[in-house]
Write a protein that binds this ligand. Structure first.
Ligand code: FAD
Length: 401
């Protein structure tokens, strides 16, 4: 008889691997399967340098869900760094420069002054004068001061997820890369997963397909936002100690690299190819990054960053990376939780630019929901706030094999 897994996770990026981790901790006896159409952590989660930024917007007043998510995500990263090989986590300070004639600077400063209580044990924010910035961060252009946030975590995501996968394999989770899932059929007892190379059965499904969520649910109001990150080899004679952000960001990474980013390239739904194709337009766009495009992207990014930090022009480009963010248009928050009217089928996607902040945190809540049957995913991220979940790739009450 064919094996029936307790849970199959489709899509092995940050969301899928976080979900497998969280479920295996709650139910060590469950049989778990992970499938990906390409390499593990080969999608948006292969980003060479991502920031866990507690306050990604134009205000320094944390929104309550983000504060809780940040309090979860920082220790989650530290725990994994202490349990795995390699150095993929860099704990940083981040400065946000202030300019007298810049409205965003005024908003940052005003919101910081408005805070009614401390940021809590996981975050501190200081105001630096112009002179303090010069003394502490020589090499940065002259500013009218800066906000200094710490800790901010910089993560080599691909390396982190490679290490986490190795760890999860030791917990007897089965991984099948290069296994594109095409359809799902529910037979009244379990799901039948039809992939390019065979079929699998599972009681629960976690669909963690990142920007590919629209391949499954074409009516969901999703937006695709492509983007690039540039990695430089830092010059030997330049010590640069912190991340900074203004429009884009530059982040020092382990082993003497800097990562700068990111660009925003809107990919319209019209540009996506026929649904259910294995290699959709999203993949084509990523693959279309050739040497000449990379050179242009790297130069434009260096030109932008050098307005704040001129030394970037001396650094040697290591590589240019490209990925696609999936965004739920209505409120730009993730879609996590049950797929309405489909038994034991769950999603964890549309993490947009906040994968590190929200991915592991929401996967942890989703694991509670899958393993206990109780509603656990917070309402602001819950999948059921959308009603557009029809899918031609998911069939109910088929007769089974
Ligand atoms: C330029 C750029 C910069 C970014 N910077 C940051 C940052 O600084 N900080 C931050 O927190 N986040 C950042 N992000 C966002 C972050 O990368 C994403 O939020 C996160 O990686 C999404 O993880 P995921 O698991 O949902 O998706 P992915 O990592 O894309 O994983 C989805 C997986 O599903 C697989 N899949 C899809 N369809 C199928 C199928 N039919 N069958 C099997 N497998 C399938 C794919 O192959 C893929 O591996 C950035 C993103 C971009 C593009």
């Amino acid at each position: 008889m064919k094996k029936t897994y307790d849970l199959a996770v489709i899509g092995l990026g940050l969301a899928g691997l976080s979900l497998l981790d969280a479920v295996s901790q709650r139910q060590p006896d469950w049989t778990l399967l992970g499938l990906d159409q390409g390499q593990i952590a080969g999608g948006a989660s292969s980003a060479p340098g991502a920031l866990l930024n507690p306050l990604p917007g134009r205000s320094l007043l944390p929104r309550p869900p983000y504060q809780q998510a940040h309090a979860f995500a920082g220790p989650w990263l530290q725990k994994w760094q202490s349990e795995t090989q390699g150095t993929w986590l860099h704990t940083d300070t981040m400065i946000r420069p202030l300019w007298q004639d810049d409205p965003v600077s005024h908003r940052l400063l005003r919101s910081w002054k408005q805070r009614t209580e401390d940021y809590g044990p996981h975050l501190s924010i200081n105001h630096l004068s112009s002179q303090e910035v010069q003394e502490k961060y020589p090499g940065f252009v002259e500013t009218d001061g800066a906000m200094e946030l710490s800790p901010v975590y910089a993560v080599a995501m691909h390396e982190m997820l490679k290490e986490i996968t190795a760890h999860l394999s030791e917990r007897s989770i089965e991984f099948h890369p290069e296994e594109p899932t095409q359809t799902l059929q529910w037979d009244g007892h379990c799901w039948h997963i039809q992939s390019a190379n065979g079929t699998y059965q599972a009681r629960h499904i976690g669909l963690c397909v990142g920007a590919h969520l629209g391949d499954w649910f074409p009516e969901l109001p999703l937006q695709w936002m492509g983007g690039e990150l540039v990695t430089w080899k830092a010059p030997d004679d330049v010590e640069w100690p912190c991340a900074f952000r203004q429009k884009g960001h530059l982040v020092p990474m382990p082993r003497g690299f800097w990562v700068g980013g990111s660009t925003y390239n809107d990919i319209t739904p019209e540009q996506t190819t026929a649904l259910a194709q294995q290699r959709s337009y999203l993949d084509e766009w990523v693959l279309s990054l050739d040497t000449s495009t990379s050179e242009v992207v790297a130069q434009e990014m260096a030109d932008g960053i050098s307005r704040l930090f001129p030394a970037v022009q001396q650094a040697e480009v290591d590589h240019v990376w490209r990925g696609v963010r999936g965004i739920y248009k209505h409120d730009r928050q993730p879609l996590v939780g049950p797929v309405p009217e489909q038994p034991q089928l769950f999603v964890c996607s549309a993490l947009a630019s906040k994968g590190l902040l929200l991915g592991p945190y929401l996967a942890h809540h989703l694991a509670d929901e899958i393993t206990t049957g109780d509603e656990a995913v917070p309402s602001w991220a819950r999948s059921t706030r959308s009603s557009d979940w029809s899918s031609k790739r998911i069939h109910e009450h088929a007769s089974g094999e």
